[in-house]
Design a protein around this ligand. Structure first.
Ligand code: URA
Length: 228
């Protein structure tokens, strides 16, 4: 799992830094029995497909790798990266919030397919107040330079804050939709991706494996009823 040799890991376990469901375990022969394994409080994904929820902080690229800039992959344990865990869709460098990563390529592909219309919920802070007809314009589908956005739901939260649900994921889409109604976005945060809601216990830059329930839901959202 990227934590060293068998001997290194036995020493790690003896030192009490390894927990099962939060309880230190010092016996390297202990069975995991479906419990969550963690090292220094950080969840360790076990073999099989790896599905991760990450709270993306601002300042990182959503990319598998980049020659110069740090990417979200720098936050994950080496084994996840080695096993081919990839972000599903993209968030801009300055966007924060939920990012789903998986090493199941079929699942990833289906979730970002334009045919599937997986919903994403964003919270936006705006430079200027929204015009009174903004919700209606979002609902009718905003014409952008290269395409017309699918109808989206807009909920005004305060003078300079709104929540929007979109069903597609084109480049800079949410920022462009707000810009089209005259309101540049100053901060964008994704609260949910399909059936996955950002876990409030995660801090920026933290991640955890999906729960069994979340895995089931995410496969269902992809039209793959059977968990792989
Ligand atoms: N739309 C955007 O404009 N930016 C994001 O990061 C995600 C959706």
């Amino acid at each position: 799992m990227g934590y060293g040799s068998r001997r290194d890991v036995q020493a790690l376990i003896r030192s009490g830094r390894v927990t099962l469901d939060g309880r230190p375990v010092r016996d390297s022969g202990a069975e995991t029995d479906g419990r969550q394994v963690a090292v220094d409080g950080k969840a360790v994904p076990l073999p099989g497909h790896t599905h991760i929820m990450l709270y993306k902080p601002a300042g990182l690229l959503t990319a598998a790798r980049d020659r110069e800039a740090p990417t979200v992959m720098d936050l994950l344990p080496p084994l996840c990266v080695k096993n081919g865990c990839m972000p599903v869709g993209r968030l801009d460098k300055d966007t924060t919030g939920i990012l789903f990563l998986t090493d199941d390529g079929t699942l990833a592909h289906r979730l970002i397919s334009p045919k599937r219309h997986v919903d994403k919920v964003y919270r936006a802070e705006l430079e200027v107040p929204l015009p009174p007809d903004a919700a209606e314009r979002f609902r009718n589908g905003i014409a952008l330079q290269d395409f017309t956005a699918l109808p989206a739901e807009l909920e005004v939260l305060s003078l300079l804050e709104a929540r929007v649900t979109v069903y597609e994921g084109k480049y800079h889409q949410v920022k462009r939709m707000f810009a089209a109604v005259g309101c540049p976005v100053v901060r964008l945060h994704r609260e949910s991706f399909g059936p996955l809601r950002l876990d409030p216990r995660l801090g920026e830059g933290e991640y955890r494996p999906l729960t069994e329930d979340e895995i089931r839901l995410v496969y269902r959202a992809a039209g793959m009823e059977e968990k792989q």
